[in-house]
Design a protein around this ligand. Sequence first.
Ligand code: ADP
Length: 591
Amino acid sequence: MPKRRRLLWYLYPSYLLIILLSLVSTAWFASDWLYDVYVEKMISDLSARASLVGTCLARDPSPDQRPEIDAIVKKLGASTATRFTIVLPSGEVFADSEVDPSILPSHAERPEIIAALKGETARSVRRSYTVKTDMLYVAVLVKRNEEVVAVARAAIPVSDLTEILRPVLLNIALAGLLIAAFAGLASLLVSRPLIRTIREMKEGAQRFAAGDLFYRMDGGSYEETGALAEAMNRMAERFHVRLAAVTSQRDELEAVLRGMVEAVLVVDEHETIVRLNRSAETLFRVDAKAVRGRRLLEAIRNNDLRRFIRKVLDSETPIEESLTLPGEPELLLQAKGSFMKDGSGRPTGAVVVLNDMTRLRALEKIRKDFVANVSHELKTPVTSIKGFLETLNEGAIEDPENARRFLDIVIKQADRLGMIIEDLLSLSRIEQEAEKGSISLEPGSLAQVFEAVSKTCRDRAVEKEISLEWNCDADLIAMINPTLLEQALVNLIDNAVKYSEPGKSVTMSAELVDGEIVILVRDQGFGIPREHLNRVFERFYRLDKGRSREVGGTGLGLAIVKHIVNAHNGKILVESVVGRGSTFSIRLPAI
Ligand code: ADP
Protein backbone atom coordinates (compact mmCIF):
# COMPACT_ATOMS: atom_id res chain seq x y z
CA MET A 1 0.00 0.00 0.00
CA PRO A 2 1.45 3.43 -0.86
CA LYS A 3 2.35 5.64 2.07
CA ARG A 4 -0.58 7.93 2.75
CA ARG A 5 -0.50 11.46 4.09
CA ARG A 6 -2.88 12.74 6.71
CA LEU A 7 -5.82 14.59 5.22
CA LEU A 8 -4.87 17.74 7.16
CA TRP A 9 -1.43 17.76 5.54
CA TYR A 10 -3.08 17.32 2.20
CA LEU A 11 -5.83 19.94 2.59
CA TYR A 12 -4.12 22.58 4.66
CA PRO A 13 -1.02 23.34 2.53
CA SER A 14 -3.19 23.51 -0.58
CA TYR A 15 -5.52 25.94 1.19
CA LEU A 16 -2.52 28.01 2.18
CA LEU A 17 -1.07 27.90 -1.32
CA ILE A 18 -4.34 29.02 -2.87
CA ILE A 19 -4.64 31.87 -0.36
CA LEU A 20 -1.05 32.96 -0.94
CA LEU A 21 -1.39 32.74 -4.70
CA SER A 22 -4.54 34.83 -4.72
CA LEU A 23 -3.00 37.37 -2.39
CA VAL A 24 0.24 37.63 -4.36
CA SER A 25 -1.60 37.97 -7.64
CA THR A 26 -3.98 40.55 -6.18
CA ALA A 27 -1.04 42.50 -4.73
CA TRP A 28 0.76 42.20 -8.04
CA PHE A 29 -2.13 43.56 -10.04
CA ALA A 30 -2.87 46.21 -7.44
CA SER A 31 0.69 47.47 -7.35
CA ASP A 32 0.85 47.43 -11.15
CA TRP A 33 -2.33 49.35 -11.39
CA LEU A 34 -1.21 51.73 -8.67
CA TYR A 35 2.02 52.31 -10.52
CA ASP A 36 0.15 53.04 -13.74
CA VAL A 37 -2.24 55.41 -11.97
CA TYR A 38 0.69 57.12 -10.29
CA VAL A 39 2.61 57.41 -13.52
CA GLU A 40 -0.48 58.90 -15.25
CA LYS A 41 -0.85 61.33 -12.39
CA MET A 42 2.86 62.16 -12.59
CA ILE A 43 2.59 62.65 -16.35
CA SER A 44 -0.28 65.11 -15.98
CA ASP A 45 1.65 66.77 -13.18
CA LEU A 46 4.81 66.98 -15.31
CA SER A 47 2.75 68.22 -18.25
CA ALA A 48 1.33 70.98 -16.01
CA ARG A 49 4.80 71.82 -14.75
CA ALA A 50 6.13 71.92 -18.32
CA SER A 51 3.28 74.19 -19.37
CA LEU A 52 4.06 76.51 -16.46
CA VAL A 53 7.73 76.62 -17.40
CA GLY A 54 6.63 77.30 -21.02
CA THR A 55 4.87 80.45 -19.88
CA CYS A 56 8.31 81.90 -19.00
CA LEU A 57 8.77 82.53 -22.65
CA ALA A 58 6.97 85.92 -22.69
CA ARG A 59 8.20 86.72 -26.09
CA ASP A 60 9.81 84.84 -28.90
CA PRO A 61 12.72 82.94 -27.48
CA SER A 62 15.51 85.09 -28.70
CA PRO A 63 19.19 84.52 -27.93
CA ASP A 64 19.48 87.61 -25.78
CA GLN A 65 16.77 86.37 -23.44
CA ARG A 66 18.43 83.03 -23.15
CA PRO A 67 20.57 83.60 -20.01
CA GLU A 68 17.61 85.06 -18.15
CA ILE A 69 15.21 82.30 -19.16
CA ASP A 70 17.84 79.63 -18.50
CA ALA A 71 18.32 81.06 -14.98
CA ILE A 72 14.54 80.97 -14.32
CA VAL A 73 14.37 77.41 -15.63
CA LYS A 74 17.27 76.39 -13.42
CA LYS A 75 15.61 77.96 -10.41
CA LEU A 76 12.26 76.32 -11.11
CA GLY A 77 13.99 72.98 -11.70
CA ALA A 78 15.81 73.17 -8.36
CA SER A 79 12.72 74.14 -6.40
CA THR A 80 10.50 71.39 -7.88
CA ALA A 81 13.13 68.62 -8.17
CA THR A 82 12.29 68.43 -11.83
CA ARG A 83 14.48 68.69 -14.84
CA PHE A 84 13.09 71.28 -17.22
CA THR A 85 14.32 71.73 -20.79
CA ILE A 86 13.14 74.20 -23.34
CA VAL A 87 13.80 73.03 -26.88
CA LEU A 88 13.30 75.15 -29.95
CA PRO A 89 11.33 73.64 -32.85
CA SER A 90 14.68 73.23 -34.60
CA GLY A 91 15.81 70.86 -31.86
CA GLU A 92 18.22 73.30 -30.31
CA VAL A 93 18.15 73.32 -26.53
CA PHE A 94 17.26 76.80 -25.40
CA ALA A 95 17.34 76.33 -21.70
CA ASP A 96 17.93 73.46 -19.28
CA SER A 97 17.59 73.27 -15.52
CA GLU A 98 20.40 70.76 -15.03
CA VAL A 99 23.14 71.66 -17.51
CA ASP A 100 24.35 74.46 -19.64
CA PRO A 101 22.12 74.39 -22.77
CA SER A 102 24.90 75.51 -25.01
CA ILE A 103 26.76 72.26 -24.54
CA LEU A 104 23.74 70.12 -25.20
CA PRO A 105 23.35 68.58 -28.62
CA SER A 106 20.23 68.97 -30.68
CA HIS A 107 17.17 67.33 -29.11
CA ALA A 108 15.37 67.06 -32.44
CA GLU A 109 15.64 63.26 -32.32
CA ARG A 110 14.38 62.82 -28.74
CA PRO A 111 11.17 60.76 -29.04
CA GLU A 112 9.13 63.00 -26.69
CA ILE A 113 10.18 66.10 -28.67
CA ILE A 114 9.28 64.48 -32.00
CA ALA A 115 5.91 63.40 -30.57
CA ALA A 116 5.18 66.84 -29.08
CA LEU A 117 5.99 68.56 -32.35
CA LYS A 118 3.64 66.13 -34.12
CA GLY A 119 0.93 67.10 -31.64
CA GLU A 120 0.83 63.60 -30.03
CA THR A 121 1.03 62.67 -26.34
CA ALA A 122 4.66 63.35 -25.69
CA ARG A 123 5.91 61.09 -23.00
CA SER A 124 8.84 58.82 -22.83
CA VAL A 125 10.62 56.69 -20.31
CA ARG A 126 14.21 56.25 -21.26
CA ARG A 127 17.76 56.71 -20.19
CA SER A 128 18.94 60.28 -20.29
CA TYR A 129 21.95 60.84 -22.49
CA THR A 130 22.75 63.86 -20.43
CA VAL A 131 22.25 62.84 -16.79
CA LYS A 132 22.66 59.09 -17.42
CA THR A 133 19.65 57.89 -15.41
CA ASP A 134 16.26 56.44 -16.35
CA MET A 135 13.91 59.37 -16.67
CA LEU A 136 10.24 60.00 -17.35
CA TYR A 137 9.90 62.76 -19.90
CA VAL A 138 6.78 64.76 -20.71
CA ALA A 139 6.90 67.46 -23.40
CA VAL A 140 4.32 70.13 -24.25
CA LEU A 141 4.15 72.67 -27.03
CA VAL A 142 4.65 76.29 -26.13
CA LYS A 143 2.54 78.40 -28.46
CA ARG A 144 2.23 82.10 -28.96
CA ASN A 145 -0.64 83.45 -31.03
CA GLU A 146 -1.32 79.93 -32.26
CA GLU A 147 2.29 79.64 -33.35
CA VAL A 148 4.68 77.04 -31.97
CA VAL A 149 7.65 78.79 -30.42
CA ALA A 150 9.21 75.98 -28.43
CA VAL A 151 8.74 72.65 -26.70
CA ALA A 152 8.83 72.67 -22.89
CA ARG A 153 9.91 69.37 -21.36
CA ALA A 154 9.69 68.27 -17.76
CA ALA A 155 11.39 65.12 -16.50
CA ILE A 156 11.91 63.24 -13.25
CA PRO A 157 14.08 60.18 -12.59
CA VAL A 158 12.15 56.94 -12.71
CA SER A 159 13.81 56.00 -9.45
CA ASP A 160 11.82 58.80 -7.81
CA LEU A 161 8.62 57.08 -8.89
CA THR A 162 9.57 53.70 -7.43
CA GLU A 163 10.98 55.43 -4.37
CA ILE A 164 7.63 57.04 -3.68
CA LEU A 165 5.73 53.80 -4.40
CA ARG A 166 7.97 51.55 -2.28
CA PRO A 167 6.30 52.22 1.13
CA VAL A 168 2.90 51.76 -0.50
CA LEU A 169 3.93 48.40 -1.97
CA LEU A 170 5.54 47.43 1.32
CA ASN A 171 2.28 48.16 3.10
CA ILE A 172 0.36 46.13 0.55
CA ALA A 173 2.77 43.20 1.06
CA LEU A 174 2.48 43.49 4.83
CA ALA A 175 -1.29 43.63 4.71
CA GLY A 176 -1.21 40.64 2.34
CA LEU A 177 0.93 38.68 4.77
CA LEU A 178 -1.38 39.53 7.63
CA ILE A 179 -4.40 38.50 5.61
CA ALA A 180 -2.63 35.28 4.57
CA ALA A 181 -1.84 34.46 8.19
CA PHE A 182 -5.40 35.18 9.19
CA ALA A 183 -6.82 33.19 6.28
CA GLY A 184 -4.45 30.31 7.10
CA LEU A 185 -5.63 30.27 10.68
CA ALA A 186 -9.24 30.55 9.61
CA SER A 187 -8.90 27.70 7.12
CA LEU A 188 -7.24 25.58 9.81
CA LEU A 189 -10.13 26.30 12.14
CA VAL A 190 -12.67 25.59 9.41
CA SER A 191 -11.04 22.35 8.25
CA ARG A 192 -10.42 20.96 11.75
CA PRO A 193 -14.00 19.91 12.62
CA LEU A 194 -14.27 18.13 9.25
CA ILE A 195 -10.95 16.42 9.76
CA ARG A 196 -11.92 15.48 13.32
CA THR A 197 -15.18 13.98 12.04
CA ILE A 198 -13.32 12.03 9.39
CA ARG A 199 -10.78 10.82 11.94
CA GLU A 200 -13.58 9.68 14.25
CA MET A 201 -15.20 7.86 11.36
CA LYS A 202 -11.89 6.22 10.55
CA GLU A 203 -11.63 5.01 14.16
CA GLY A 204 -15.22 3.78 13.98
CA ALA A 205 -14.47 1.85 10.80
CA GLN A 206 -11.43 0.32 12.51
CA ARG A 207 -13.66 -0.79 15.41
CA PHE A 208 -16.06 -2.38 12.94
CA ALA A 209 -13.14 -4.13 11.31
CA ALA A 210 -11.99 -5.36 14.73
CA GLY A 211 -15.42 -6.95 15.24
CA ASP A 212 -17.09 -4.36 17.50
CA LEU A 213 -20.30 -4.33 15.51
CA PHE A 214 -22.33 -2.73 18.32
CA TYR A 215 -20.37 0.52 17.96
CA ARG A 216 -22.30 3.34 16.28
CA MET A 217 -20.59 6.05 14.24
CA ASP A 218 -21.42 9.73 14.61
CA GLY A 219 -21.14 11.51 11.29
CA GLY A 220 -20.73 15.01 12.78
CA SER A 221 -22.76 17.94 11.52
CA TYR A 222 -22.02 17.56 7.80
CA GLU A 223 -24.64 16.12 5.50
CA GLU A 224 -22.19 13.93 3.56
CA THR A 225 -20.33 12.51 6.56
CA GLY A 226 -23.65 12.03 8.35
CA ALA A 227 -25.00 9.99 5.43
CA LEU A 228 -21.75 8.02 5.25
CA ALA A 229 -21.88 7.25 9.00
CA GLU A 230 -25.50 6.17 8.70
CA ALA A 231 -24.65 3.87 5.80
CA MET A 232 -21.69 2.39 7.74
CA ASN A 233 -23.88 1.86 10.84
CA ARG A 234 -26.53 0.14 8.73
CA MET A 235 -23.84 -2.01 7.15
CA ALA A 236 -22.50 -3.00 10.60
CA GLU A 237 -26.01 -3.86 11.76
CA ARG A 238 -26.68 -6.03 8.72
CA PHE A 239 -23.29 -7.61 9.02
CA HIS A 240 -24.01 -8.37 12.67
CA VAL A 241 -27.31 -10.04 11.77
CA ARG A 242 -25.63 -12.09 9.02
CA LEU A 243 -22.75 -12.98 11.29
CA ALA A 244 -25.15 -14.07 14.03
CA ALA A 245 -26.97 -16.28 11.51
CA VAL A 246 -23.73 -17.78 10.21
CA THR A 247 -22.43 -18.27 13.76
CA SER A 248 -25.59 -20.00 14.89
CA GLN A 249 -25.53 -22.23 11.78
CA ARG A 250 -21.91 -23.04 12.47
CA ASP A 251 -22.69 -23.76 16.15
CA GLU A 252 -25.55 -26.02 15.11
CA LEU A 253 -23.28 -27.86 12.73
CA GLU A 254 -20.59 -28.10 15.41
CA ALA A 255 -23.13 -29.43 17.89
CA VAL A 256 -24.38 -32.01 15.40
CA LEU A 257 -20.85 -33.10 14.55
CA ARG A 258 -19.84 -33.16 18.20
CA GLY A 259 -22.85 -35.24 19.11
CA MET A 260 -22.27 -37.78 16.38
CA VAL A 261 -21.06 -41.21 17.44
CA GLU A 262 -19.63 -41.62 13.96
CA ALA A 263 -16.27 -40.10 13.19
CA VAL A 264 -16.54 -37.34 10.57
CA LEU A 265 -13.55 -36.20 8.56
CA VAL A 266 -13.62 -33.41 5.96
CA VAL A 267 -10.71 -32.83 3.59
CA ASP A 268 -10.28 -30.39 0.72
CA GLU A 269 -9.42 -31.35 -2.85
CA HIS A 270 -5.68 -31.36 -1.97
CA GLU A 271 -6.24 -33.85 0.87
CA THR A 272 -5.73 -31.19 3.52
CA ILE A 273 -7.75 -31.72 6.69
CA VAL A 274 -10.47 -29.10 6.99
CA ARG A 275 -12.49 -30.43 9.88
CA LEU A 276 -12.83 -33.43 12.12
CA ASN A 277 -15.24 -34.09 14.94
CA ARG A 278 -14.65 -35.33 18.46
CA SER A 279 -15.32 -38.97 17.58
CA ALA A 280 -12.72 -38.74 14.82
CA GLU A 281 -10.25 -37.21 17.31
CA THR A 282 -10.77 -40.19 19.61
CA LEU A 283 -10.66 -42.69 16.79
CA PHE A 284 -7.42 -41.43 15.25
CA ARG A 285 -5.96 -40.26 18.59
CA VAL A 286 -5.26 -36.75 17.28
CA ASP A 287 -6.09 -33.21 18.33
CA ALA A 288 -8.40 -31.49 15.84
CA LYS A 289 -6.72 -28.10 16.31
CA ALA A 290 -3.26 -29.55 15.73
CA VAL A 291 -4.11 -31.43 12.54
CA ARG A 292 -6.44 -28.89 10.92
CA GLY A 293 -4.73 -27.49 7.83
CA ARG A 294 -2.26 -30.38 7.61
CA ARG A 295 -2.05 -32.97 4.87
CA LEU A 296 -3.97 -36.15 5.61
CA LEU A 297 -0.98 -38.48 5.45
CA GLU A 298 1.07 -36.25 7.76
CA ALA A 299 -1.65 -36.14 10.40
CA ILE A 300 -3.19 -39.62 10.17
CA ARG A 301 -0.77 -42.21 8.88
CA ASN A 302 -3.14 -44.65 7.36
CA ASN A 303 -2.67 -45.64 3.75
CA ASP A 304 -6.04 -47.38 3.53
CA LEU A 305 -7.82 -44.22 4.61
CA ARG A 306 -5.79 -42.10 2.22
CA ARG A 307 -6.50 -44.44 -0.68
CA PHE A 308 -10.19 -44.38 0.21
CA ILE A 309 -10.29 -40.56 0.32
CA ARG A 310 -8.48 -40.36 -3.02
CA LYS A 311 -11.10 -42.67 -4.47
CA VAL A 312 -13.90 -40.51 -3.05
CA LEU A 313 -12.28 -37.34 -4.47
CA ASP A 314 -12.06 -38.96 -7.90
CA SER A 315 -15.57 -40.32 -7.85
CA GLU A 316 -18.83 -38.57 -8.57
CA THR A 317 -20.89 -40.96 -6.47
CA PRO A 318 -20.73 -41.83 -2.76
CA ILE A 319 -18.45 -44.73 -1.87
CA GLU A 320 -18.67 -47.23 0.97
CA GLU A 321 -15.87 -49.52 2.14
CA SER A 322 -14.53 -51.40 5.16
CA LEU A 323 -11.20 -50.19 6.51
CA THR A 324 -8.95 -51.46 9.25
CA LEU A 325 -7.17 -49.18 11.65
CA PRO A 326 -4.07 -50.83 13.06
CA GLY A 327 -3.52 -50.58 16.80
CA GLU A 328 -4.31 -52.34 20.00
CA PRO A 329 -6.98 -53.49 19.45
CA GLU A 330 -7.19 -53.32 15.68
CA LEU A 331 -10.32 -51.44 14.71
CA LEU A 332 -12.69 -52.33 11.93
CA LEU A 333 -14.25 -49.27 10.32
CA GLN A 334 -17.15 -48.86 7.96
CA ALA A 335 -16.31 -45.81 5.82
CA LYS A 336 -18.78 -43.81 3.73
CA GLY A 337 -17.41 -41.00 1.62
CA SER A 338 -19.00 -38.32 -0.54
CA PHE A 339 -17.39 -35.87 -2.84
CA MET A 340 -18.22 -32.16 -2.22
CA LYS A 341 -18.53 -29.40 -4.79
CA ASP A 342 -19.30 -25.70 -4.67
CA GLY A 343 -22.15 -23.83 -6.34
CA SER A 344 -20.40 -23.86 -9.71
CA GLY A 345 -19.74 -27.60 -9.58
CA ARG A 346 -16.05 -27.21 -8.83
CA PRO A 347 -14.68 -29.98 -6.56
CA THR A 348 -14.00 -28.67 -3.05
CA GLY A 349 -13.19 -31.84 -1.14
CA ALA A 350 -14.65 -34.92 0.46
CA VAL A 351 -16.56 -35.75 3.60
CA VAL A 352 -15.99 -39.14 5.15
CA VAL A 353 -18.11 -40.74 7.88
CA LEU A 354 -16.48 -43.62 9.74
CA ASN A 355 -18.34 -46.10 11.88
CA ASP A 356 -16.46 -48.22 14.37
CA MET A 357 -17.78 -51.71 13.68
CA THR A 358 -15.31 -53.46 16.00
CA ARG A 359 -17.78 -53.81 18.88
CA LEU A 360 -20.58 -54.79 16.56
CA ARG A 361 -18.40 -57.47 15.02
CA ALA A 362 -17.33 -58.63 18.46
CA LEU A 363 -20.98 -58.83 19.53
CA GLU A 364 -21.78 -60.75 16.39
CA LYS A 365 -18.95 -63.14 17.20
CA ILE A 366 -20.20 -63.52 20.79
CA ARG A 367 -23.68 -64.29 19.43
CA LYS A 368 -22.30 -66.88 17.00
CA ASP A 369 -20.12 -68.41 19.72
CA PHE A 370 -23.10 -68.45 22.02
CA VAL A 371 -25.25 -70.30 19.49
CA ALA A 372 -22.40 -72.77 18.97
CA ASN A 373 -21.94 -73.17 22.73
CA VAL A 374 -25.67 -73.65 23.38
CA SER A 375 -25.85 -76.22 20.59
CA HIS A 376 -22.83 -78.00 21.98
CA GLU A 377 -24.13 -77.90 25.58
CA LEU A 378 -27.53 -79.23 24.51
CA LYS A 379 -26.11 -81.78 22.14
CA THR A 380 -24.16 -83.64 24.86
CA PRO A 381 -27.15 -84.62 27.03
CA VAL A 382 -29.37 -85.18 23.98
CA THR A 383 -26.77 -87.56 22.46
CA SER A 384 -26.42 -89.33 25.78
CA ILE A 385 -30.22 -89.67 26.21
CA LYS A 386 -30.58 -90.92 22.63
CA GLY A 387 -27.73 -93.41 23.09
CA PHE A 388 -29.13 -94.97 26.27
CA LEU A 389 -32.66 -95.06 24.90
CA GLU A 390 -31.39 -96.86 21.77
CA THR A 391 -29.46 -99.31 23.94
CA LEU A 392 -32.61 -99.95 25.92
CA ASN A 393 -34.58 -100.31 22.75
CA GLU A 394 -32.11 -102.74 21.32
CA GLY A 395 -32.72 -105.15 24.20
CA ALA A 396 -31.12 -103.75 27.32
CA ILE A 397 -34.63 -103.08 28.58
CA GLU A 398 -34.86 -106.89 29.13
CA ASP A 399 -32.02 -106.64 31.64
CA PRO A 400 -33.80 -104.99 34.60
CA GLU A 401 -30.67 -104.10 36.54
CA ASN A 402 -28.97 -102.31 33.62
CA ALA A 403 -32.26 -100.91 32.39
CA ARG A 404 -32.77 -99.11 35.68
CA ARG A 405 -29.23 -97.77 35.64
CA PHE A 406 -29.67 -96.57 32.06
CA LEU A 407 -32.98 -94.96 32.88
CA ASP A 408 -31.38 -93.16 35.87
CA ILE A 409 -28.75 -91.77 33.50
CA VAL A 410 -31.42 -90.69 30.98
CA ILE A 411 -33.35 -88.94 33.75
CA LYS A 412 -30.17 -87.23 34.97
CA GLN A 413 -29.34 -86.03 31.46
CA ALA A 414 -32.91 -84.84 30.92
CA ASP A 415 -32.65 -82.90 34.22
CA ARG A 416 -29.42 -81.38 33.02
CA LEU A 417 -31.09 -80.44 29.74
CA GLY A 418 -33.88 -78.86 31.75
CA MET A 419 -31.40 -76.96 33.91
CA ILE A 420 -29.55 -75.58 30.91
CA ILE A 421 -32.80 -74.52 29.27
CA GLU A 422 -33.99 -73.06 32.58
CA ASP A 423 -30.77 -71.01 32.97
CA LEU A 424 -30.87 -69.88 29.33
CA LEU A 425 -34.45 -68.72 29.66
CA SER A 426 -33.63 -66.99 32.91
CA LEU A 427 -30.66 -65.23 31.34
CA SER A 428 -32.56 -64.08 28.29
CA ARG A 429 -35.49 -62.89 30.42
CA ILE A 430 -33.19 -60.79 32.64
CA GLU A 431 -31.39 -59.45 29.59
CA GLN A 432 -34.61 -58.47 27.86
CA GLU A 433 -36.13 -56.89 30.94
CA ALA A 434 -32.93 -54.96 31.65
CA GLU A 435 -32.90 -53.68 28.06
CA LYS A 436 -36.52 -52.58 28.31
CA GLY A 437 -35.78 -51.06 31.73
CA SER A 438 -38.67 -53.01 33.18
CA ILE A 439 -36.77 -54.45 36.12
CA SER A 440 -38.30 -52.59 39.06
CA LEU A 441 -36.08 -51.68 41.98
CA GLU A 442 -37.47 -50.76 45.35
CA PRO A 443 -36.03 -50.15 48.80
CA GLY A 444 -35.73 -53.58 50.37
CA SER A 445 -34.13 -55.20 53.39
CA LEU A 446 -30.96 -57.13 52.59
CA ALA A 447 -31.31 -59.20 55.77
CA GLN A 448 -34.63 -60.52 54.47
CA VAL A 449 -33.01 -61.50 51.16
CA PHE A 450 -30.15 -63.25 53.02
CA GLU A 451 -32.68 -65.11 55.12
CA ALA A 452 -34.47 -66.40 52.02
CA VAL A 453 -31.16 -67.35 50.31
CA SER A 454 -29.95 -69.26 53.34
CA LYS A 455 -33.27 -71.12 53.52
CA THR A 456 -32.98 -72.18 49.86
CA CYS A 457 -29.33 -73.25 50.11
CA ARG A 458 -29.29 -74.74 53.59
CA ASP A 459 -30.16 -78.29 52.55
CA ARG A 460 -27.52 -78.47 49.85
CA ALA A 461 -24.89 -77.08 52.29
CA VAL A 462 -25.87 -79.49 55.02
CA GLU A 463 -25.78 -82.30 52.50
CA LYS A 464 -22.18 -81.40 51.70
CA GLU A 465 -21.32 -80.78 55.34
CA ILE A 466 -20.59 -77.15 54.72
CA SER A 467 -21.55 -74.53 57.25
CA LEU A 468 -23.45 -71.57 55.89
CA GLU A 469 -23.56 -68.31 57.83
CA TRP A 470 -24.72 -64.83 57.09
CA ASN A 471 -24.32 -61.49 58.71
CA CYS A 472 -26.23 -58.27 57.94
CA ASP A 473 -27.77 -55.39 59.87
CA ALA A 474 -31.51 -55.78 59.99
CA ASP A 475 -32.07 -52.18 58.94
CA LEU A 476 -29.65 -52.20 56.00
CA ILE A 477 -31.74 -51.21 53.01
CA ALA A 478 -30.86 -50.97 49.30
CA MET A 479 -32.66 -50.37 46.01
CA ILE A 480 -33.21 -53.96 44.96
CA ASN A 481 -35.38 -56.38 43.10
CA PRO A 482 -35.59 -58.98 45.94
CA THR A 483 -36.41 -61.95 43.68
CA LEU A 484 -33.53 -61.32 41.29
CA LEU A 485 -31.03 -60.47 44.02
CA GLU A 486 -32.03 -63.68 45.79
CA GLN A 487 -31.46 -65.62 42.56
CA ALA A 488 -28.00 -64.07 42.17
CA LEU A 489 -26.98 -64.83 45.77
CA VAL A 490 -28.35 -68.37 45.50
CA ASN A 491 -26.14 -68.88 42.44
CA LEU A 492 -23.07 -67.57 44.30
CA ILE A 493 -23.73 -69.67 47.43
CA ASP A 494 -24.48 -72.66 45.21
CA ASN A 495 -21.09 -72.27 43.51
CA ALA A 496 -19.36 -71.75 46.87
CA VAL A 497 -20.84 -74.99 48.11
CA LYS A 498 -20.21 -76.84 44.82
CA TYR A 499 -16.54 -75.84 44.58
CA SER A 500 -15.58 -76.43 48.25
CA GLU A 501 -14.49 -79.54 50.15
CA PRO A 502 -16.88 -80.83 52.80
CA GLY A 503 -16.24 -79.36 56.22
CA LYS A 504 -15.51 -75.86 54.95
CA SER A 505 -17.62 -72.83 55.61
CA VAL A 506 -19.38 -70.27 53.43
CA THR A 507 -20.28 -66.80 54.68
CA MET A 508 -22.48 -64.09 53.28
CA SER A 509 -22.35 -60.50 54.59
CA ALA A 510 -23.47 -56.97 53.71
CA GLU A 511 -22.40 -53.59 55.06
CA LEU A 512 -22.22 -49.93 54.13
CA VAL A 513 -18.67 -48.97 53.10
CA ASP A 514 -17.79 -45.48 51.81
CA GLY A 515 -21.31 -44.75 50.60
CA GLU A 516 -21.67 -48.14 48.91
CA ILE A 517 -23.38 -51.33 50.00
CA VAL A 518 -20.88 -54.17 49.78
CA ILE A 519 -22.20 -57.72 49.72
CA LEU A 520 -19.54 -60.41 50.15
CA VAL A 521 -19.87 -64.15 49.47
CA ARG A 522 -16.82 -65.91 50.84
CA ASP A 523 -15.81 -69.56 50.65
CA GLN A 524 -12.81 -71.68 51.56
CA GLY A 525 -13.02 -73.76 48.39
CA PHE A 526 -10.71 -74.68 45.54
CA GLY A 527 -10.28 -71.13 44.37
CA ILE A 528 -9.96 -69.81 40.81
CA PRO A 529 -6.56 -69.39 39.11
CA ARG A 530 -5.76 -65.75 38.34
CA GLU A 531 -5.88 -66.18 34.54
CA HIS A 532 -9.51 -67.31 34.72
CA LEU A 533 -10.75 -64.57 37.03
CA ASN A 534 -11.71 -62.22 34.20
CA ARG A 535 -13.58 -64.85 32.24
CA VAL A 536 -15.69 -66.69 34.80
CA PHE A 537 -18.61 -64.33 34.18
CA GLU A 538 -18.80 -65.31 30.49
CA ARG A 539 -21.57 -67.63 29.39
CA PHE A 540 -20.63 -71.30 29.42
CA TYR A 541 -17.17 -70.51 30.75
CA ARG A 542 -15.98 -73.21 33.09
CA LEU A 543 -12.57 -73.91 34.52
CA ASP A 544 -13.09 -77.62 34.50
CA LYS A 545 -15.99 -78.83 32.40
CA GLY A 546 -15.95 -82.31 33.90
CA ARG A 547 -16.08 -81.15 37.47
CA SER A 548 -18.70 -78.52 36.69
CA ARG A 549 -20.88 -81.11 34.96
CA GLU A 550 -20.35 -83.52 37.82
CA VAL A 551 -21.55 -81.03 40.38
CA GLY A 552 -24.49 -80.04 38.17
CA GLY A 553 -23.16 -76.78 36.73
CA THR A 554 -24.40 -75.27 33.46
CA GLY A 555 -21.71 -72.61 33.06
CA LEU A 556 -24.42 -69.93 33.09
CA GLY A 557 -24.69 -69.23 36.83
CA LEU A 558 -22.17 -66.37 37.05
CA ALA A 559 -23.38 -64.84 33.75
CA ILE A 560 -26.85 -64.62 35.31
CA VAL A 561 -25.36 -63.07 38.49
CA LYS A 562 -23.52 -60.45 36.45
CA HIS A 563 -26.68 -59.47 34.54
CA ILE A 564 -28.67 -59.19 37.76
CA VAL A 565 -25.99 -57.00 39.39
CA ASN A 566 -25.91 -54.78 36.29
CA ALA A 567 -29.66 -54.39 36.47
CA HIS A 568 -29.12 -53.13 40.04
CA ASN A 569 -26.64 -50.52 38.76
CA GLY A 570 -23.96 -52.35 40.66
CA LYS A 571 -20.62 -54.05 40.05
CA ILE A 572 -19.35 -57.54 40.74
CA LEU A 573 -15.73 -58.49 41.39
CA VAL A 574 -13.98 -61.68 42.35
CA GLU A 575 -10.81 -62.27 44.30
CA SER A 576 -9.46 -65.74 44.73
CA VAL A 577 -6.46 -67.73 45.89
CA VAL A 578 -6.18 -71.28 44.60
CA GLY A 579 -6.59 -73.76 47.44
CA ARG A 580 -7.67 -71.06 49.87
CA GLY A 581 -11.01 -69.93 48.55
CA SER A 582 -12.80 -67.17 46.68
CA THR A 583 -14.61 -63.97 47.56
CA PHE A 584 -17.29 -62.52 45.29
CA SER A 585 -18.15 -58.92 46.12
CA ILE A 586 -21.19 -57.08 44.85
CA ARG A 587 -21.24 -53.31 45.19
CA LEU A 588 -24.58 -51.54 45.05
CA PRO A 589 -25.25 -47.82 45.29
CA ALA A 590 -26.52 -46.83 48.73
CA ILE A 591 -29.88 -45.08 49.02
P1 ADP B 1 -21.20 -73.46 36.71
O1 ADP B 1 -22.60 -73.70 36.41
O2 ADP B 1 -20.27 -74.28 35.90
O3 ADP B 1 -20.84 -73.36 38.10
P2 ADP B 1 -20.85 -70.66 36.74
O4 ADP B 1 -21.10 -69.61 35.71
O5 ADP B 1 -21.62 -70.52 37.96
O6 ADP B 1 -21.00 -72.01 36.04
O7 ADP B 1 -19.32 -70.62 37.10
C1 ADP B 1 -18.38 -70.64 36.06
C2 ADP B 1 -17.12 -71.35 36.53
O8 ADP B 1 -16.46 -70.58 37.51
C3 ADP B 1 -17.37 -72.64 37.18
O9 ADP B 1 -17.38 -73.66 36.22
C4 ADP B 1 -16.21 -72.78 38.11
O10 ADP B 1 -15.13 -73.38 37.47
C5 ADP B 1 -15.86 -71.38 38.49
N1 ADP B 1 -16.40 -70.99 39.82
C6 ADP B 1 -17.52 -70.34 40.06
N2 ADP B 1 -17.68 -70.09 41.36
C7 ADP B 1 -16.60 -70.65 42.00
C8 ADP B 1 -16.16 -70.74 43.36
N3 ADP B 1 -16.86 -70.22 44.38
N4 ADP B 1 -14.99 -71.37 43.60
C9 ADP B 1 -14.26 -71.90 42.59
N5 ADP B 1 -14.61 -71.83 41.30
C10 ADP B 1 -15.77 -71.21 41.00
